[in-house]
Design a protein around this ligand. Structure first.
Ligand code: OXD
Ligand code: MN
Length: 591
């Protein structure tokens, strides 16, 4: 490797240097830039991105440290149809993933990447997923020709020299290569090679496809490694509930994309819960492993939030409003004439005019949305006013409750508790949710999204369920498992539950259940709150009849639900744990 190609390299790890050299030979960049993660470097890269037109500096009086980015209009969401799990055998990837043989995929993508960085800079991004020193943390190296990716990875991960320090001379790191190419959907592939701990992403510059630490490493490759190594990589937020007396309870919750995980992770308890605090450990991903005391411990592998912007306001998430008011990258929101940002559902007046996410003139009369429904903020977790100090604890936090939640207009009650771990796995495995804008394709249709992992499981979904069931043996004190649904609607199409901060009531019920402090009613679905002891005091205009409605168990709807689970069970049948088949039978029998 020549000196220029090495750039300001600060590692002597032979496996890392050899791999970078190999990729340099393949992609032929004009220069190689080793990101060290320092504030000076971020400043310099930001300046460069502004001068290249990749970022627009926003109004620094209103939004200090904030920048604006527009992606190619053909590249605004994750692309499941272009996402591949390239295991040696197709069977290992399972029927819910796209598959191609590793050899064939390497050949195809190396063909695309050959010379793809000519005249461009290759950024070398060493990053650490998880708190430094954590036994659960993993190192990845992303090579990219996108300055937007380099800057975003600096926000979303612990990036730079500390990752190389954690790695030492080991060759155990994720090898991630990203080439933007010409952002052409025809040449867009997000390819995972779990058996090589490697990722190649081409033809996109949208976060979920190209910030390789997030969905690609922390979930798809992570879930594969977790099965081999005895831990769980999950699409879950992690939060802490602290009582006025200082008792802390930790909860992990899986919801499909764009179902309010970030809002829930930063929830502000209503006045009724004076003295209670909710703090955030993570908003999207949890890595969980049994600890020496027999409890399940979780870390958030990320260091920032890549959240959906539309609908963020002082009612839905006052903490996020504060969080994204500084040092944030906005992608695909609308831009006002004074270089402020706007989106549907923002506090305050609708601007008389602005540029929409594509850069076209927009007025309130325009028919299209000003901000893309999947427009995003990228903010460091340090910005979060309710960040839990435990987010940096290498040991992680002991989880008392696991929540599964979908977006369901009917059928699913607000909350119920599983009878036991295997029943909880069945509840998670059969989760359904209406599709959202976080993934390309039509929205609003119910699809099975087991544990919110359908787009993120790096191996056969049936084996993943088996792994969940097996984990029970490794956890002496398993978390209690719950199902929630904030989105149930009445006959008029109105939401039955006020949601947002009021979800604290559901959280409180769940942690009281975990601590054995509140009664519940046994129903055919599971344990449900007793309406007499569930705390509804102080919700304006909400009656106990409305609570009955949001908890209602309609047998007709459940018959349909069970029938519609059949499709998933048939699809996974050859790898489906018997326990789940029995759970479904038992539910049918109870019905
Ligand atoms: C995300 C997603 O960006 O799930 O977190 O799509
Ligand atoms: Mn997510």
């Amino acid at each position: 490797m020549t000196r220029e190609l090495l750039g300001a390299c600060y590692t002597s790890n032979p496996a890392l240097l050899a791999w970078v050299q190999e990729m340099v030979n393949l992609c032929e960049p004009k220069e190689v830039f080793w990101c060290n993660g320092s504030p000076e470097e971020t400043k310099a890269l930001t300046e460069q991105a502004v001068s290249q037109g990749v970022l627009i500096r926003l109004n620094q009086q209103k939004l200090p440290g904030c920048y604006y980015h527009r992606s190619n209009p053909n590249d605004v969401a994750r692309v499941e149809q272009s996402t591949y799990i390239c295991t040696v055998d197709e069977e290992q990837a399972g029927p819910t993933n796209n598959w191609m043989a590793p050899k064939q995929m390497y050949q195809k993508l190396r063909g695309y990447c050959a010379g793809a960085m000519r005249g461009r800079t290759m950024y070398v991004i060493p990053y650490l997923m998880g708190p430094p020193g954590s036994p659960l943390a993993k190192v990845g190296i992303e090579l990219t020709d996108s300055i937007y990716v380099a800057l975003s990875m600096g926000v979303m991960t612990r990036m730079g020299e500390l990752a190389c320090q954690q790695l030492g001379n080991s060759d155990e790191f994720n090898r991630g290569l990203h080439c933007m190419l010409d952002i052409n959907p025809e040449r867009r592939y997000i390819a995972h090679f779990p058996q090589d701990n490697a990722i190649i992403s081409v033809g996109s510059n949208y976060g979920g496809n190209v910030l390789l630490g997030k969905k690609c490493l922390a979930l798809r490759i992570g879930s594969y490694l977790g099965r081999q190594e005895g831990w769980l990589a999950e699409h879950m937020l992690i939060l802490c509930i602290e009582s006025p007396a200082g008792e802390k309870t930790y909860v992990a919750a899986a919801f499909p994309s764009a179902c309010g995980k970030t809002n829930f992770a930063m929830l502000v308890p209503p006045a009724r819960f004076e003295g209670w605090k909710v703090t955030t450990i993570g908003d999207d991903i949890a890595w969980m492993k049994p600890g020496p005391d027999g409890r399940l411990y979780a870390i958030n592998p990320e260091a920032g939030y890549f959240g959906v912007v539309p609908g963020t306001n002082s009612k839905s998430n006052p903490n996020a409003v504060q969080m994204i008011s500084h040092d944030t990258i906005y992608t695909n929101v609308a831009l006002t004439p004074d270089l402020d940002v706007w989106w549907e559902g923002k506090d305050g007046p609708v601007p008389a005019q602005c540029l929409d996410w594509k850069g076209n003139a927009w007025t309130p009369e325009s028919r299209e949305k000003a901000a893309h429904p999947n427009s995003r903020f990228t903010s460091p977790m340090a910005n979060n006013p309710v960040l839990a100090p435990e987010a940096d604890d290498p040991a992680g936090v002991p989880i008392s409750a696991i929540i599964f939640g979908g977006r369901r207009a009917n059928t699913m009650p607000l909350v119920y508790q599983a009878f036991n771990w295997v029943h909880g796995v069945y509840i998670g495995a059969t989760m359904g949710s209406e599709t959202t804008a976080a993934s390309a394709g039509s929205t609003g249709q119910v699809r099975r999204d087991p544990m919110a992992m359908l787009p993120f499981c790096g191996y056969h979904m049936g084996d993943y369920f088996r792994h969940w069931i097996n984990m029970r043996r490794l956890i002496k004190h398993p978390p209690r498992i719950f199902q929630v649904n904030w989105f149930r609607k009445g006959d008029q199409g109105d939401y039955l539950w006020p949601g947002f901060g009021e979800n604290m009531r559901v959280l409180k019920w769940m942690i009281d259940r975990c601590h054995g402090r509140i009664d519940a009613q046994e129903t055919l679905l599971g344990w449900m709150p007793n309406p007499q002891t569930f705390d509804l005091e102080g919700i304006r205009g909400f009656t106990s009849q409305q609570f009955d409605q949001v908890q209602a168990l309609r047998e007709e709807e459940w018959r349909r639900e069970i029938v519609s689970q059949q499709e998933l069970f048939m699809q996974l049948y050859s790898h489906l744990p018997k326990e789940l088949i029995f759970q479904r039978e038992l539910l049918m029998a109870r019905l």
